[in-house]
Design a protein. Sequence first.
Length: 490
Amino acid sequence: MKMIPLLPEVAAFIDARQALRIGGQTSDAPENLTVVNPSTGRSLAVVACAGHAELDLAVQAATMAFQQGDWGRMLPQDRGRILWRLADLIEERAPIFGQLDALDNGKPYAIARDVDAHWSARHFRYFAGWPDKIEGATIPVGTPDRLNYTRVEPVGVCGLITPWNYPLLMASWKLAPALAAGNTIVLKPSEETPLSALYLADLALEAGIPAGVLNVVPGYGHDAGDALASHAGVAKIGFTGSTRTGREIVKASAGNLKKLSLELGGKAANIIFPDADLSRAIPGAFWANFGNNGQSCTAGSRLYVHADVYDQVLDGLTGLAAGIRVGPGLEDPGHDLGPVISEKQMQMILGHVETSQKEGATVLAGGVRAPGDGWFIPPTIISAVTDEMTIAREEVFGPVLSVLKFDDEADVLARANHSDYGLAAGLWSQDVTRVRRFADALEAGTVWVNCWGETDAASPFGGVKQSGYGREMGKDAIGLYTQTKSVWVG
Ligand code: NAD
């Protein structure tokens, strides 16, 4: 098997034991975190692992940077210029970011470079335009001789906690608005995929972000993550991860009543009506679930198909699954899907498949580990799924698609909404009145019609129900990282 050669910068980066990035400097920690390459199952890199003490140092550095005000009180135009420069640097170093994420996440290099890194740069570029547009208002109050106006201010030190499925992109989604608003940051990336966040911290300094404004501290969730969520010096937590961890963070944050925004799990319903253009709906529904190997919070993992087209859709899906190539992140030439993130995750996914069979579903494609040292599972399609089955209710977060049959429109709406989650939903239909009805009635933060997975730095994104609260992206994201002060002048 031929592999893409490592860039010299990447080889040097993973060979060195990476330290924490605190106060604009590298900072050691007594513990190590071993990062494993899911394409090989072997150790890839060792990085310093933050615990409570290191976390505390990072919060102190961020607090000092916030109080000094070199970032928050800088001319907003200058803050924007620096964020734009950071976007340029991310774009320029996209091959480096691409290799780092392909190595520690396992996703194909071309995707890590052209999707994750490119969209991260776009995200910083969009938010680079915000600092000089964060405006207050003058309020026409009813008290004579008083001027009342508002100031929209940064919240202070923000703790950002991110998952492993889009290592660079999830960090960028949070960092760009938080920095644009003038906050200082402690970022704790996932223990599975800390490399691109550490590299980004170096680039932020190179772009001109003052020391101490962005601190990056890899560590375990129950340790460094919990220390961040409960730290009295942290004003806000921006979190993306599982619903279970989201609940832990709500509890941990209660001490100083932090602001929270939570982007949590999902179990998205995707509905194919008989009038859909199947030449688009079938590949659309396939990639809605298997994009990023199903390791996506918006994966369209509950596919409801009308009885009239059920067999045709299943044939199309299994045909597509048969043509998919699965391989290591840096394989040359590239392939379609990488490994799942860890052995534990692989066992959990295969366990879900087994349970679905015990509960009466049929595995039409995949469902077993694919050959190789890494943790590979080919696209798995399960038919004859019913709403009560575990596979239809719980988030699998892997390459497993459940296909459910429906006959009646009102019935499928109730079934689609019968979920604890509400991150995304979608439908495929040519009937504009039905499209409007469903777009209104589906209980989800995002609804996709005749497409799937689109997001944009300018468009709000987030969940309802147990998929969390708060909207990242667009002007809503600025709201997540600011607070309004009312000033009265006599
Ligand atoms: P996870 O919840 O296990 O971990 C996410 C992050 O939280 C990691 O950095 C982890 O170290 C940290 N963490 C774990 N326990 C913690 C604790 N007690 N206190 C503080 N931090 C803690 O999730 P994961 O396995 O990394 O990611 C997969 C999950 O993330 C899925 O449920 C997926 O749906 C969700 N996700 C959601 C979105 C979204 O935008 N809604 C995007 C990506 C992933």
